[in-house]
Design a protein around this ligand. Sequence first.
Ligand SMILES: Nc1nc2c(ncn2[C@@H]2O[C@H](COP(=O)(O)OP(=O)(O)OP(=O)(O)O)[C@@H](O)[C@H]2O)c(=O)[nH]1
Ligand SMILES: [Mg+2]
Length: 195
Amino acid sequence: MNINNVRFEASYGTAAQLPASDLPEIVFAGKSNVGKSSLLNKFFNRKSLARVSGVPGKTTTVNFFRLGNARFADLPGYGYAKRSDTEKRRWGELMEGFFAGRRQIRLVVQLLDMRHAPTADDRTMLEFLSGAGLPFAVVLTKCDKLNKSERAKQRASFAQEQALSGAVQVIEASSVTGEGIEALRRLVEESLEEA
Ligand SMILES: Nc1nc2c(ncn2[C@@H]2O[C@H](COP(=O)(O)OP(=O)(O)OP(=O)(O)O)[C@@H](O)[C@H]2O)c(=O)[nH]1
Ligand SMILES: [Mg+2]
């Protein structure tokens, strides 16, 4: 996997536009503002491959990035309260269409903010992933924002979470320091190698 060869492929705002899944996919999911786009940029060692914002709800479309024979999807975040009802409906339909679309998902990278317990929406998402039998890893983001003792405390509390028990791996990561990125790259590489 040569991460330098990544390129933006396309954006889709409705499920009907989504093309059939013809390549193995790695999907980045999580609530709005948790750091999906930032993590993708760090993963590919690019400043602005995926657009990042301090304002929640930046990514509103499914964005595909192509690397060799694999596709990476940056999903719009959930749980952004200020979105209009119309926007929420569009988001719901887009996500349903995405996951119902017989995709070749090799791994879902589910992001959770390491500073906080999972939200109700996070739990719904984790239950969905488990129920659908999708392989998923949990990335605990923004770990740079915790001091040593806070981090130990949050690590212990996430380890107790039933909702995370199905994860193939739990990785503490930071898009600021780059911590956890190598571990994530290895896992992604393994997931793409498996037949
Ligand atoms: N300190 C710190 N800040 C981060 C980290 N990752 C992301 N951020 C910040 O969090 C904010 C949101 O990041 P995004 O990457 O846009 O989040 P997103 O999950 O893609 O959000 P949506 O597109 O709204 O779903 C930005 O201000 C980032 O700079 C991290 O690891 N550490
Ligand atoms: Mg985003």
